[in-house]
Design a protein around this ligand. Structure first.
Ligand code: ATP
Ligand code: MG
Length: 138
């Protein structure tokens, strides 16, 4: 069954000019782009998005980074979208990411790792709703 997931092309990838290449990789992997927008989130908006990580030592640095420049927010659809996007992204730390994955190709560090992808169905619905209204999903 077709499934939706949420993704962000992070500020590091936008700054380095990799947004187009990452979108091409995503489409080549069979995802349909349901919604897309480039935007700049504030630090409080980044804190709300990464709320589940608020007790983690990297929370402060991560939310500063995520609000340091424009991002591209995406809703993506395909069979098994959540797991397949995580596989296409590669490991959180690009040093451990498999060859051919987005993080292997474009990420610079464990924090500035180019892309976000939802890690489950519940997070996907929360994250889609955080960035998009229902009428924007087409
Ligand atoms: P994402 O949620 O962005 O898709 P992920 O699920 O692979 O990534 P999480 O554990 O959810 O990884 O961490 C969220 C984000 O926090 C990471 O993508 C990365 O940008 C940052 N991060 C994770 N671990 C560290 C760390 N040890 N040091 C610095 N930043 C980190
Ligand atoms: Mg995560």
């Amino acid at each position: 069954m077709s499934q939706r997931t949420f993704s962000i092309i992070k500020p590091d990838a936008i700054r380095k000019g990799h947004a187009g290449a990452i979108l091409a990789d995503i489409e080549k992997a069979g995802f349909r782009i349901v919604a897309i927008k480039k935007l700049f989130i504030s630090k409080p908006q980044a804190e709300g998005f990464y709320y589940v990580h608020k007790e983690r030592p990297f929370f402060e640095s991560l939310t500063t980074f995520m609000s340091s420049g424009p991002i591209v927010a995406l809703v993506l659809e395909k069979e098994n979208a959540i797991a397949d996007l995580r596989r296409l992204m590669g490991a959180t730390n690009p040093a451990n990411a498999e060859e051919g994955t987005i993080r292997k190709k474009y990420a610079g560090s464990i924090e500035e790792n180019a892309i976000h992808g939802s890690d489950g169905e519940e997070t996907a619905s929360f994250e889609i709703g955080y960035f998009f209204a229902g009428h924007e999903l087409v």
